[in-house]
Design a protein around this ligand. Sequence first.
Ligand SMILES: *Cc1c(COP(=O)(O)O)cnc(C)c1O
Length: 475
Amino acid sequence: MMQTGTKTLLRSIPSMDELLNADWAPEFLGALGREQVKSVIAGVLDGLRREILDGEPPTAPAASIAAERAVTLLRAKSSSTLKPVVNATGVVLHTNLGRAPLAGEALEAAGAVSGTYSTLEYSPEKGGRETRNAHVEWALCRLTGAEAALVVNNNAAAVLLALSAVARGREVIVSAGELVEIGDSFRIPEILSFSGAELRVAGCTNSTRIEDYRAAITENTAVLLKVHPSNYRIEGFVRAPSRKELAELAASRGLILMEDLGSGLLCPLAAAFARKEHQVMDSIRAGCGIVTFSGDKLLGGPQIGVIAGTKPLLDRMKRHQLLRALRVDKMTLAAFDATLRLYLSGREREIPVVRMIETDKAVLLEKARKLSRILKRVAAASGAAGITVSVVETEDAAGGGTFPADTLPGYGVSLRSASGGGGAEALAAALRAAPVPVIAAIRDDSVVLHTRALLEGDEKRIASALEGCLDRVMV
Ligand SMILES: *Cc1c(COP(=O)(O)O)cnc(C)c1O
């Protein structure tokens, strides 16, 4: 039996028409269309009805609660959730924040072919079809020393296509120490099984000798696969054969040596820690027949996967049916081509990722001091006396599965609220809620804004985010 109170409450829920005719509605009707607005409002009204029936009466008049919820949801739906943010985490290649910000010339190139027809798969000289890969192959060969190269959607796709083309129905030998999982969706054993190849594990987690590889070879083996330990380090007693030893073994048995490098380093980096990361060219020179790497890690370009190697092997991949499903679109290809051209012309320091990793401490200290001055002014002007702004040392990172054990020394600005206890969480959340969200780190109950990965104009964006939220958070 429904109680009279419940009935009254249910009757107090506004109708769809009342809400559609509210003075806030036209803005959303214009942005989203009537059907979408109706479906959002219907969800709100349903929710209210259910709460009342479950014995949770609204804490304010149902009409105003319904309007408030509908406006909040509709406002959120009215603009894209994919939008720029300020990366104040100090992690240069932050996968969740879109990895590599592109160089200006890469952006222009993507724009230039997007709103118009282009030579994507067309040669004006031939007056006919050309492959889309042809736009970047020569530059990739020059920069890696490989005979041939092919681009696909990302590095996971590169590994999948390479193995599908050369190892389907055959065995692939991988060291036990290199059965990598990257992110939560790229696992070497699974990619191998998708490609139709069979995994044979050689050696132990921390130690694999060339004899272990040799012992694992059978007549059905096609590939020795080396995988870059991108997001972990094995410390202590570690042993692995050199690429040269592996290449010799592969050659003597008619096998292919393939390396999944992950990050595609195309130029030497000055930063001391980066010397451990070897370049794509080193793998090719050492005798790898196939090398795969990402376009949007250390290379600093758009999301793309590169396969570089010998011509006969690459020819098999270029003919493979899977390529059609993994191919790159024109905006990505244009941005990638422009990024490669920066390397060719020796202007790789214009690539944001390269520049950020190479920025030294002294420059970051200057940046942090300047940001600190700006934020002190903002805090003072808002009368939020309870907030302390100071320059602090930071530990930054290359990220994106490169140099997992190495931090980059940097500087940032710490925001500490006098109220202590959880104040940092609230402030960090408020900064994230700004129109251009500011993503910061939290350390010792302070918000820390790392300067390493800040881009042009980010200081102003941080200042306005702080300004907008100081009066809203407890300081
Ligand atoms: C990052 C990485 C991948 C995956 O590359 P995506 O471009 O993210 O698909 C695969 N292998 C290694 C070793 C990596 O570091």
